[in-house]
Ligand binder design. Structure first.
Ligand code: SF4
Ligand code: SF4
Length: 102
């Protein structure tokens, strides 16, 4: 489980700079730096939001960015990650700021 902060306030799953999902998917299969990663679980559609969602301090992170030192069998093993993107309007405009090249 990973401790996660997220500043993507335009995502319907964001609350108090935390994520309300219990698991997310980070994309970036060929990523050689953080700008090529993104949060694949980003959503702008209010219908995707569960009314009972509450901020999760720790969650499971599946990650395709196998060039990152924290990636182990497509799971994130970092103790803490930061997802960035501010007022991103799509998934591609977000990134995992914690990515570190192997
Ligand atoms: S962008 Fe990703 S990590 Fe951030 S709140 Fe949305 S789903 Fe969660
Ligand atoms: S720190 Fe690395 S392994 Fe963890 S989510 Fe970010 S890119 Fe993926």
């Amino acid at each position: 489980m990973t401790d996660l902060c997220c500043n993507v306030t335009s995502c319907v799953h964001n609350s108090e700079h935390c994520c309300c999902k219990t698991a997310i998917q980070v994309d970036g299969q060929e990523a050689k730096d953080k700008s090529c990663t993104c949060c694949g679980s980003f959503d702008k559609d209010q219908a995707a939001r569960n009314a009972t969602e509450t901020p999760q301090l720790q969650l499971s992170v599946d990650c395709d960015a196998t060039n990152c030192v924290y990636n182990e069998n497509r799971m994130c093993r970092a103790e803490h990650i930061d997802i960035s993107g501010g007022s991103a309007q799509n998934s591609e405009s977000t990134l995992c700021a914690t990515f570190r090249t192997r």
